[in-house]
Design a protein around this ligand. Structure first.
Ligand SMILES: CC(C)(COP(=O)(O)OP(=O)(O)OC[C@H]1O[C@@H](n2cnc3c(N)ncnc32)[C@H](O)[C@@H]1OP(=O)(O)O)[C@@H](O)C(=O)NCCC(=O)NCCS
Length: 158
């Protein structure tokens, strides 16, 4: 395998980020029959936060969106190319997001998962996160095919 490098995204990366996220999030198609995002939505996120990118031989293979919200950090759209999953890349991106928020003075990190994704809470619990509440499914996303909500998970960044 080639070496994986990381860098912060620029606006020129929005198409590639949207493509990677939509490819990685295909497991959500059983409850949302649509792409997870598009270049315009990624551009809007880049105006209030950052995307950390993982690249292999110049190709985008992983990303995570990170936002500073006062004393709390938030990460989302964690996506690893399906051919690169289970190699530790997701863990590495989460750790980098946490380091970024900690360095910016955040005391906690938050994320949300859709309650229908049964495998995800375990993945995040093994990385120090605990369930910290629920939120309605966002109305700016494509309407889901079945009732669902978001589960918030949090971790202290000390
Ligand atoms: C969720 C997601 C980001 C995880 O990324 P990933 O790179 O596959 O995750 P990791 O490789 O860090 O960890 C996956 C598992 O593989 C194991 N693993 C890590 N390196 C490994 C290796 N070299 N060989 C075998 N297994 C390995 C890890 O121990 C981990 O298992 P654990 O949770 O029991 O500890 C990825 O599956 C993905 O993109 N999914 C689709 C999008 C999505 O659901 N995003 C999250 C929405 S909240």
């Amino acid at each position: 395998m080639n070496q994986i490098t990381t860098r912060w995204a620029e606006f020129a990366d929005v198409e590639n980020i949207a493509h990677l996220v939509n490819t990685a999030f295909r497991p959500e198609r059983f409850f949302i029959d649509a792409d997870r995002t598009n270049p315009d939505k990624v551009r809007t996120l880049l105006e209030k936060g950052k995307f950390l990118l993982a690249e292999e031989a110049g190709a985008l293979v992983g990303c995570v969106y990170v936002e500073l919200r006062g004393e709390r950090g938030y990460f989302g759209l964690l996506a690893v190319d399906p051919t690169r999953q289970r190699t530790g890349m997701g863990s590495r991106l989460v750790e980098a997001a946490e380091n970024h928020c900690r360095a910016a003075g955040c005391l906690f990190m938050d994320l949300t998962t859709v309650n229908l994704r049964k495998e995800l809470p375990g993945y995040y619990r093994r990385r120090g996160y605990v369930e910290s509440g629920t939120l309605p499914f966002p109305d700016d996303q494509h309407p889901p095919e079945m009732p669902c909500h978001l589960v918030r998970m949090s971790k202290p960044l000390n």
